[in-house]
Design a binder for this molecule. Structure first.
Ligand code: N01
Length: 582
């Protein structure tokens, strides 16, 4: 099948079949997992709700969608040939190019033949009598599998606020995370955008280019650092490709899984002039690495405030109207919410047809036939764009009926927040693995590296189980509790845990407030996973006592070995590392 062609939806439901593994999702996680399963001779079926591969990059087609991790690092690392043959055209890849890459990988490794598209998994229930998962889909499929592996992404369940009157609105309403594949032409239209996170900040300047008028409804301003995106520098590309594995290894040794220069010194110990010079240099470099300007930015409130004030000055330098600039200046911790990376965002507010409406004190009351009402005023628009984010980390799990031993559902178990061992698995759900599950670095590291490391760990574990003849694996409660305690302790030392972000589920009312990703850094996490494996799956229990609890023979995981100065897994060790996590 050619790259961008979407497969036909016509097929008979699959019933009575039995697989070694069912994988849910065909984004970057599901694709690589499938490749690993095949390599180890496991039978597998992948179900994907979308019409093609790519996950996040399949759905988020809004104007201006672009990765905020540099292209040369935002790619799979498992195949040197793939690394060498693929050419990224820009420093930060636009969404269509990343989707092309996903399709290229699917073609190159012949992945599609085991993926059913346009198919949403409704339920996955562990049948204790046969020790297998029973998986059912909205297309009538009903299959069993020894392993159920979720590759559902961390930001994939779109959050559509329940505004009164939303169904009365006369025009189209688009969510950035569910963007129409044919694109949207805003020419001559009055557009309202709700939300100013990364998706809003990326799309607003492009929508403004087309729209007759643009009204932006902002509940909380965000900090954004310029991307300074540019065409790929051929010398840089050549240098990286000359020794790609070295660059990957360097990246893996970094807390973020991304290689960029950072400085461990304290912002508070620098003089005012030194700080300014450092911030300016990092601002000119642009993007997320700005957080690497000083080592204490995410640990010390006073240090953080120096960066925050620098960023606010930058906003005031760009935005002509001081009142609008004030509205755009956040007063919270810099980088507490995920830092945004922009191209021409603040400049857009100097255009006469763009209006910023603060809805922090007067929330959006309702939608009418003709527009959006806040503070008793109706703002007339023809189109509404919801850049309102996602039910992060657990939202896609919540959409499925996942039931483990003793008829306990995952939703019930996670009522007060997700509980996992290493973000890989969860007590009560044997042979249930989660790629970049809550409690792993995932969104706080390079996502593709996080995905590969998880899939490699899982495939080693599965092959080992086959070798030694055990059927199920499940974490033990004490180890899961200890891991969650560690995840929380580490989160508490970071300023990141102090604001109402999607990291803590606080962007959506009613969700429990728990810091969901692991903020201790990618290398510490990887070493913990490796150690668990080396120690014979410490913290896990197999279904029977054989040589199950011995290290595996096959080791995809070896490529994730990282030398660390410290091997103590403690909040103090993490704090000492002064981690500029993205
Ligand atoms: O979502 P968000 P996003 N009334 O949750 C507002 C990744 N990503 O899609 O802050 C009014 O950040 C909400 O307000 P508040 C990246 O990790 C990456 O933009 O909750 N406003 C906020 O302003 C990112 O962090 C890339 O007060 C409402 C906005 O909607 C993550 O995805 C690009 C509202 C939502 O912002 C999510 O980003 C895009 C309401 N009822 C995304 N409800 C790149 O790689 C919500 N809001 C560059």
């Amino acid at each position: 099948m050619s790259s961008m062609q979407e497969p036909s939806e016509d097929r008979e439901p699959e019933t009575g079949k039995s697989y070694d593994a069912v994988v849910i999702g065909a984004g970057f996680g599901g694709m690589y997992m499938l490749h690993c399963l095949r390599q180890q001779g496991f039978s597998a079926r992948v179900y994907e709700a979308g019409g093609g591969v790519g996950g996040t990059w399949y759905w988020n087609r809004y104007p201006g969608a672009r990765c905020d991790v540099e292209s040369m690092q935002y790619s799979y690392s498992f195949s040197e040939e793939l690394d060498q043959e693929w050419h990224w055209t820009e420093k930060y890849s636009p969404q269509p190019e990343i989707l092309n890459y996903a399709n290229h990988v699917a073609d190159r490794f012949d992945l599609r033949r085991d993926i059913h598209f346009h198919t949403r998994v409704n339920s996955a229930v562990f049948d204790e009598t046969i020790k297998r998962w029973r998986i059912e889909t909205d297309r009538g499929d009903a299959v069993t599998a020894q392993f159920c592996i979720t590759a559902v992404g961390c930001l994939s369940a779109a959050n559509t606020p329940d505004f009164d009157g939303i169904e009365d609105f006369n025009g189209p309403i688009y969510h950035t995370g569910e963007w129409p594949h044919d694109g949207v032409d805003f020419t001559g239209l009055r557009v309202g955008v709700i939300g100013t996170g990364s998706s809003g900040i990326q799309s607003i300047p492009i929508i403004a280019e087309q729209a007759k008028s643009l009204t932006v409804f902002q509940r909380t301003p965000n900090y954004a650092v310029p991307a300074w995106n540019e065409a790929m520098n051929p010398d840089y590309e050549r240098t990286v490709k000359a020794d790609y594995p070295a660059m990957r290894a360097n990246a893996r040794a970094r807390p973020t899984g991304i290689f960029f220069p950072f400085n461990l010194e304290s912002a508070l110990e620098a003089t005012q002039e030194e700080r300014e010079a450092q911030y300016e240099a990092f601002w000119q470099r642009g993007g997320l690495p700005f957080l690497g300007a000083f080592g204490d930015l995410l640990f010390e409130k006073d240090a953080n405030e120096t960066a925050a004030e620098f960023a606010r000055r930058k906003i005031r330098d760009v935005v002509d109207d001081p009142e609008v600039a004030d509205l755009l200046c956040p007063d919270n911790v810099f980088g507490c919410k995920r830092l945004c990376v922009d191209t021409g965002y603040y400049q857009v507010y100097n255009q006469p047809h763009v209006k910023l409406i603060d809805v922090s004190k007067d929330p959006i009351e309702h939608l009418t036939r003709n527009g959006v009402v806040t503070g008793g005023i109706e703002y007339e628009v023809d189109v509404v764009v919801l850049a309102t984010g996602f039910a992060a980390m657990t939202g896609s799990f919540d959409k499925m009926n996942i039931v483990g031993r003793n008829d306990i559902s995952l939703k019930k178990k996670w009522e007060a927040g997700p509980r996992t061992y290493l973000g890989l698995s969860t007590v009560g759900f044997p042979n249930f693995f989660m790629i970049t599950g809550p409690g792993s670095p995932s969104v706080l590291a390079n996502m593709i590296q996080s995905i590969e490391q998880h899939a490699d760990w899982m495939i080693d574990c599965m092959a080992h189980m086959r070798d030694v003849g055990v059927e199920t694996i499940e974490p033990q409660l004490g180890d899961e509790d200890a891991w969650i305690e560690h995840v929380n302790e580490v989160a508490a030392i970071s300023l990141r845990s102090t604001c109402s972000s999607w990291y803590v589920g606080a962007n959506i009312s009613g969700r429990p407030r728990v810091f969901m990703p692991y903020i201790g850094g990618f290398p510490i996490y990887v070493n913990k996973c490796n150690k668990v494996m080396d120690n014979g799956y410490e913290g896990f229990v197999f279904d029977r006592h054989t040589e199950g609890n011995a290290p595996p023979k096959i080791r995809n995981t070896d490529r994730w070995h990282v030398e660390l100065d410290m091997d103590v897994l403690s909040p103090a060790a993490v704090a000492a590392m002064r981690i500029p996590i993205i």
